[in-house]
Design a protein around this ligand. Structure first.
Ligand SMILES: Cc1cc2nc3c(=O)[nH]c(=O)nc-3n(C[C@H](O)[C@H](O)[C@H](O)COP(=O)(O)OP(=O)(O)OC[C@H]3O[C@@H](n4cnc5c(N)ncnc54)[C@H](O)[C@@H]3O)c2cc1C
Ligand code: FES
Length: 361
């Protein structure tokens, strides 16, 4: 009897304490309504305190890139917080350079709104929209890569630049997640967005995009990315990609030849074997119409017959074909070791760091 009474008393006491803690959290840690000022009065908002800056912006349809869904593990959600963000947290340090910390750059998903807060957001990001779209086609390009075309419903048009990407919303057991995919369709194709998606075994976003079918509805935000094509037609464009790094190259090349039919462009594309090759015939056809387009594919694991292209790693082809001392802008996209090797070659050929752009994935 005494034992039962003590258990009942102990449980009661624990539950009362827990209830008190919840009430205290609600009453004492209630930050109330806070002002969220964007670009010195350009877009003033009232938001509920206690939430993260990323969540508050998202609720107001301001979509900051966030590949990890706000877990602090992708480093994509950087914005400038000029006041009211509190001190930089240890979770942010590995994603911020010293210069960024000095310039008040923060990870929006790690900043909790506790008082009025003042932020700077580039106009490009303020123009990012949430799109509803319908899958028009999902075509296997290789054994593990699909080309996906999404017809835009609302809004019905997108204004994008080559090199930009969208963030597709995919379902997961813990709620929706967003994954970044470069836009492979040219900028003049305003009513659709095409992607080139490699299947990552067990991956949430890529598995979702590999299982959707024509007629399915999808959501994505975008466009994101700061790459700008050099407007001087005398400057040659160099695109170097591998695997699903083809997506931005395709956008760059078709957009480029729509605008400057005579411009010189080099496409270097690295594949492991012949079964990883795709879009080669399309580019060869384009090069028939635009003779200043040079299309060079290389196989790193040559499988012998019926291959008249290059062999070896793609940076060796870049080294072989490009002369030094020519004005060029380069866009690289693919796995980090490829980007590092190609950057070394391009630097040795005289390209300045500011003329070499890359997306590592
Ligand atoms: C700016 C940008 C543009 C991108 N563009 C493209 C694109 O055009 N096409 C494309 O296919 N992808 C692209 N990616 C990569 C894409 O965003 C996803 O990271 C990728 O599809 C894996 O996501 P997931 O949800 O399928 O896997 P997750 O669920 O995130 O990961 C599942 C598991 O796979 C591992 N993993 C994650 N990514 C890879 C990978 N790339 N290779 C091997 N293992 C991995 C993870 O560590 C984890 O263990 C881009 C990324 C960025 C940042
Ligand atoms: S959303 Fe990934 S670090 Fe903030």
């Amino acid at each position: 009897m005494v034992f039962v009474l003590s258990v009942v008393c102990f449980t009661g006491l624990t539950m009362s304490l827990a209830t008190l803690l919840v009430i205290a959290a609600r009453v004492l840690v209630n930050y109330g309504t806070c002002q969220l000022d964007i670009n010195a009065g350009e877009k003033p908002l009232e938001v509920q305190g206690g939430q993260t800056l990323l969540a508050a912006l998202y609720a107001n349809e301001i979509f900051i890139p966030s590949a990890c869904g706000g877990k602090g593990s992708c480093g994509h959600c950087k914005i400038t917080v000029t006041a009211g963000g509190g001190p930089v947290l240890p979770t942010e340090l590995s994603y911020l350079t010293r210069g960024e910390i000095r310039s008040h750059v923060r990870l929006a998903c790690q900043v909790k709104i506790r008082e009025n807060i003042f932020v700077k957001i580039p106009s490009d990001l303020l123009n990012v929209r949430m799109f509803d779209a319908t899958i028009e086609s999902a075509t296997p390009l290789t054994h593990d890569i699909k080309g996906i075309r999404m017809r835009l419903d609302t809004p019905a048009e997108i204004v994008q630049r080559p090199g930009q990407y969208v963030q597709v919303q995919a379902p997961s057991p813990d709620g929706p997640v967003f994954r970044a995919y470069s836009i492979s369709s040219p900028a003049y194709d305003r009513n659709a967005v095409e992607l080139v998606v490699r299947l990552v075994p067990g991956g949430l976003g890529s598995t979702y995009l590999h299982t959707i079918r024509p007629g399915d509805r999808v959501n994505f935000t975008g466009p994101y990315g700061e790459f700008h094509l050099n407007e001087d037609p005398a400057v040659e464009i160099v695109c170097v990609g591998g695997g699903c790094g083809m997506a931005p190259m395709r956008n760059i090349i078709y957009t480029l030849y729509d605008r400057w039919p005579e411009r010189t462009c080099w496409l270097f594309f690295g594949c492991r074997t012949k079964q990883d090759v795709f879009y080669l015939e399309q580019f060869q056809d384009l090069a028939q119409t635009h003779p200043h387009l040079h299309v060079i594919y290389a196989l790193s694991e040559q499988d012998g017959e019926n291959w008249s292209g290059e062999t070896g790693f793609i940076h060796l082809s870049v080294d072989k074909y490009l002369e030094s001392g020519v004005a060029r802008q380069a866009f690289l996209c693919g796995p980090p070791p490829m980007i590092d090797a190609v950057t070394q070659v391009l630097t040795a050929k005289g390209l300045r760091p500011e003329d070499i752009f890359y997306d590592k994935f």
